[in-house]
Design a protein around this ligand. Structure first.
Ligand SMILES: NC(=O)c1ccc[n+]([C@@H]2O[C@H](COP(=O)([O-])OP(=O)(O)OC[C@H]3O[C@@H](n4cnc5c(N)ncnc54)[C@H](O)[C@@H]3O)[C@@H](O)[C@H]2O)c1
Length: 303
């Protein structure tokens, strides 16, 4: 869809860290104007400062907006400000997200709310605010092209144990984005959508567990420890993922995977649905993860 990124505008949420920050850097290298959004004001300003020399060198710009994506009114105001002061973004990346884990019946209502608000409502708000602006820009100019990328996860295609809220939130993002793609096909050939499904990538995502709400029971603490380990030891970098995202945009590729080698697990899940058999081990290709989890949950909490 977007074939040439030069002087096109990209709006990225969760841009102060990890995948969002690396996608912002990649967009800057490709000559895009940047609108960076995050709730962490200090890190966001630092990200914009880091990227600005690159944008200046390519005659583009970098602006930042401190905004909580989970708040519909804040996102509505963001849309109004962007429309007043900048071009309608050609690329909107709804990427901000947080982690959670633990046995699915052990979460408080507050923890469900905390995670669903950022991971699901953040994407809903981004799509609700920016899709109409993008469609209007497309209608005004037949040459205008746009793309919306929503960050889900492989947890949006699998159902790994001990990470229930996160799985639910990311399955919602996959469903939302597939529907967005179908709905856009009804009304425009100038705007498309993709869903990014990363596996474990070293970023700060493991730090977004809430120690008071989401890290109190044994299963939640184990989940945090296992996520720390999996994220830190991830071999595919956030930079690698950012390169894949922009390659996929040029091809109008819908599903963007950081680890296509992990798709065997998705195939097994899909096959179980077709065969009407029990859900398979989502880590079937690495059964030691399941053993480790089972043993940790069984171990004496006082040992
Ligand atoms: N890193 C991984 O292994 C991995 C795997 C699968 C999916 N993901 C997804 O990738 C996306 C990016 O995460 P990351 O790994 O780069 O983590 P990260 O923690 O490094 O970056 C996430 C950014 O989102 C921001 N953010 C959090 N809540 C926000 C809110 N309410 N409003 C605005 N900004 C907010 C944070 O301040 C942070 O800068 C998330 O949606 C995450 O679920 C990550």
């Amino acid at each position: 869809m977007i074939k040439d990124f030069t002087h096109q505008t990209a709006l990225i949420t969760g841009a102060a860290s990890g995948l969002g920050l690396e996608c912002a850097k990649r967009a800057a290298e490709l000559g895009m104007h940047l609108l960076l959004v995050d709730v962490n004001a200090k890190a966001l300003e630092a990200a914009c400062q880091e990227i600005t020399p690159l944008t200046k060198a390519l005659d583009s710009s970098c602006h930042f907006f401190v905004c909580d994506v989970s708040e519909p009114s804040a996102m509505m105001s963001l849309g109004e400000q962007v429309l007043k002061e900048h071009a309608v973004p050609n690329l909107v990346m709804n990427n901000a997200g947080i982690a959670s884990g633990g046995l699915i019946w052990e979460h408080t209502a507050q923890e469900w709310d905390r995670v669903l608000k950022v991971n699901v409502w953040g994407v809903i708000n981004g799509v609700t605010v920016f899709t109409p602006l993008m469609l209007a820009a497309a209608q005004k100019d037949p040459l205008w092209r746009g793309h919306i990328v929503n960050t889900a996860s492989m947890a949006g295609l699998l159902t790994p144990p001990n990470m229930g809220i996160y799985n639910v939130s990311k399955h919602a993002v996959v469903a939302l984005t597939e529907t967005l793609y179908q709905d856009l096909r009804l009304v425009s050939t100038q705007l498309s959508a993709s869903v990014l499904c990363p596996y474990f990538v070293p970023t700060a995502i493991n730090e977004s567990f809430n120690d008071d709400l989401g890290c109190t029971t044994r299963s939640q603490i184990i989940s945090k420890q296992m996520l720390d380990k999996a994220v830190i030891s991830g071999k595919v970098s956030a930079r690698d993922v950012a390169l894949k995202v922009f390659d996929a945009l040029v091809l109008d590729q819908f599903y963007i995977f950081s680890h296509p080698q992990a798709l065997g697990n998705v195939q097994k899940r899909m096959q179980a649905i077709l065969d009407n058999t029990q859900p398979p081990d989502p880590f079937a290709l690495r059964p030691e993860i399941g053993w480790e989890l089972r043993n940790a949950l069984k171990a004496n909490p006082n040992s």
